[in-house]
Design a protein. Structure first.
Length: 153
């Protein structure tokens, strides 16, 4: 697999960003978000959405894995700006093309992501997501139960 990395130092065309968002929206299956929300995470990673992000230790990266010039996997990593009490990085999205699952591409993407990332990484995964076993195999643990409150204000 050939990797391509986008971050705040490497410009991305709007066409390439659209391809990545569409890829993630399609291949995250039932575990994804709307294209708008995926786009926000990509914008944050690439520091597109807010010029003030450039002066803060935020941002992140988008990692693409390709085989024969076709996207087979994608990762969106956001830096949280924190460490210790909250991990430095949030692995927001990772997806492998439906036709390439079970061939080790997900493991390659995660390992490359870890290699390129400074600091601790957290991710959210649903209990029934089959990828949970891969994350555990790589070394991710689940020490906490996440709880959310939807504020209607």
């Amino acid at each position: 697999m050939i990797f391509k990395i986008y971050n705040s130092n490497r410009d991305i065309s709007s066409m390439e960003k659209t391809r990545i968002v569409s890829f993630l929206n399609t291949h995250l299956d039932d575990y994804g978000d709307s294209p708008e929300d995926i786009g926000k995470a990509v914008d944050f990673a690439l520091q597109i959405s807010n010029p003030f992000l450039k002066i803060l230790p935020l941002g992140g990266m988008v990692l693409i894995g390709k085989e024969d010039r076709k996207i087979v996997g994608a990762v969106v990593m956001n830096r949280t700006g924190m460490n210790g009490y909250v991990p430095d990085n949030l692995l927001v999205y990772i997806a492998v093309h439906k036709d390439f699952r079970g061939q080790g591409f997900g493991k390659q993407l995660i390992r490359k992501t870890i290699e390129l990332t400074q600091g601790d990484i957290k991710l959210h995964v649903e209990h029934d997501n089959p990828a949970k076993f891969l994350y555990e195999k790589i070394g991710f643990t689940a020490p906490y139960l996440e709880m959310r409150f939807k504020n209607s204000k």
